[in-house]
Design a protein around this ligand. Structure first.
Ligand SMILES: C[S@@+](CC[C@H](N)C(=O)[O-])C[C@H]1O[C@@H](n2cnc3c(N)ncnc32)[C@H](O)[C@@H]1O
Length: 482
């Protein structure tokens, strides 16, 4: 079996293994040493021995956001020296056989045997001039590659990856720590298709103060195992960041929010650089003019789906309090993803009144002979609610509505305090699969991922319905996390 090298991004460390593991599980790909990713966080190179072929490698990378690319690894000079690398390569039978095959196929028009050499660097400021690159590439003449050089559309890209270690502070060692000789198999969704730029919030026509950043929205969808035709529900949909990211991976999307303005959209100045994608179609299927941006100004989440070119994947968005959910009980969901309210701008609110007697009285008020609350323009009263109880409600809802094996992913804010233990909410039907942390200065947020295992699972619980609120994020936030 070929050996592959996966080049990981050097950020969001606690999300890298969960993302790759979730994608492997989704595509039924077995990688036995995924734990290695977490063993040395300084090292972005993850070497895999059990990916069977390039097709499988490409499939995995076609979704990944936290990988940069995957390469077939021929040799690694562990001492960072090109002399060592050349010695090792001269004994590498796999490489010689592949080169020989290409040489023999040189005149076969159906096979692209053209090649080029490329360089990748990690950990240093090393840059080679064109002349230096050619000098290095020429030292590989002993490989006896007889096919044509093609810098634009090569069939094979031999990539030299130089790994440098930092010496002190900003300075890095002048010579590489290791040098890898590889063949590029595939760039990832991130680097090959530039999705971070596509979903950049600054370019999104409809967005708000709560919109979730592009990179971690896409990673969340990978960890949630979104796939073509899966039904996703975001119960705190806001401006629909997770719906858009999930639609990129083929999901059918549904969302709800207590705030109708989020659903309806509001006047929003379209950034001048927000040009519709070339693939964009209007709802009636006709292609729209690419310089007409005015149409994006007020149409909420639908606007974004139109902009990204998949309007048919938005099933609907409705105004609804999550704790008074009106989705029919028998509707099975594949995935739930959300970023519940943190209660910063205003405390967390749900429908109802603090004073139950007042609530009863309100219900008896008539307007034009009809109960006032049945009028379309009726604005219901709201009462405060705690984040802990809301999270508990989300778990309960997921345990009832998710298909077996379906995933719930939500973000939970946490104050970084040494004396408060972070309590991750649990439910007896749900397996807590991952708890990934994004650190900020005085607080952090966790992406919690659960799998619905059904009633027979009988996992640990930490029911907090007695009201013993543990996550006092709002209070800590306004106290400056002291
Ligand atoms: C952190 S924001 C989610 C932002 C969203 N992910 C986005 O990309 O814009 C939380 C959302 O929950 C909504 N919300 C608050 N309480 C709610 C409730 N009881 N039921 C449903 N939605 C609620 C808020 O209106 C807000 O839009």
């Amino acid at each position: 079996m070929p050996k592959y090298l996966i080049f990981l991004v050097q950020q969001h460390f606690s999300f890298r293994r969960p993302e790759l593991e979730s994608l492997c599980d989704l595509f039924n790909i077995k990688i036995s040493n995924l734990d290695d990713i977490d063993k040395n966080l300084e090292n972005p190179f993850f070497i895999v021995n059990d990916i069977p072929n390039d097709t499988v490698a490409r499939k995995l990378l076609s979704r990944s956001i936290l990988c940069k690319g995957i390469y077939e690894l021929y040799e690694c000079a562990e001492d960072g020296s090109y002399d060592t690398l050349h010695k090792q390569l001269s004994n590498n039978k796999t490489l010689h056989l592949q080169i020989q095959n290409n040489n023999e196929n040189k005149d076969n028009s159906s096979v692209n045997t053209d090649f080029k050499f490329d360089f990748e660097f990690f950990g240093g400021n090393r840059k080679y001039s064109a002349k230096q690159k050619i000098e290095i590439i020429n030292t590989f003449q002993h490989l006896d590659i007889k096919t044509n050089i093609n810098l634009k559309t090569p069939g094979t890209t031999y990539t030299l990856i130089e790994h440098y270690l930092p010496l002190t502070g900003q300075t890095s060692s002048p010579t590489p720590h290791k040098v890898y000789f590889t063949r590029l198999v595939s760039l990832s969704r991130r680097t090959g298709q530039n999705v971070l730029d596509k979903y950049d919030l600054a370019k999104r026509p409809f967005r708000g103060t709560t919109s979730f950043e592009a990179e971690l929205s896409l990673v969340t969808c990978n960890i949630a195992q979104i796939n073509h035709g899966k039904l996703l529900y975001d119960p705190f949909v806001g401006t629909g960041s997770f719906l858009c990211a999930a639609a990129e991976f083929g999901a059918l999307c549904f969302g709800s929010d207590i705030d109708g303005r989020m659903i309806r959209g509001h006047t929003h100045r379209t950034p001048s650089n927000a040009k519709p994608n070339s693939s964009e179609r209007s709802l009636n299927g006709k292609t729209k003019k690419s310089n007409d941006t005015s149409k994006y100004q007020t149409n909420g989440i639908k606007t974004n789906f139109l902009y990204y070119g998949y309007p048919d994947q938005l099933l609907d968005v409705v105004t609804m309090d999550f704790t008074h959910n009106s989705l029919r009980n028998s509707l099975k969901l594949d995935t739930i993803i959300c970023d519940p309210p943190y209660g910063i701008r205003e405390g967390i609110k749900v429908l109802g009144a603090k004073d139950p007697a007042k609530h009863e009285r309100i219900q008896t008020v008539l307007r034009n002979g009809q109960p006032a609350y049945l009028h379309r323009d009726y604005i219901p009263t709201k009462k405060p609610y705690s984040l802990d109880l809301l999270l508990q409600d989300i778990l309960e809802f997921a345990s009832q509505r998710l298909d077996l094996g379906g995933r719930l992913c939500f973000w939970m804010p946490v104050a970084n305090s040494n004396d408060i233990e972070t309590v991750v909410p649990l439910h007896s039907n749900l397996e807590l699969k991952y708890s990934c942390v994004q650190e900020f200065n005085k607080w952090s947020r966790r992406l919690l991922c659960y799998v619905n295992r059904g009633e027979s699972y009988n996992g640990p619980t930490n029911d907090i319905s007695d009201g013993s609120a543990r996550n006092e994020f709002r209070k800590d936030y306004f106290n400056g996390f002291n």
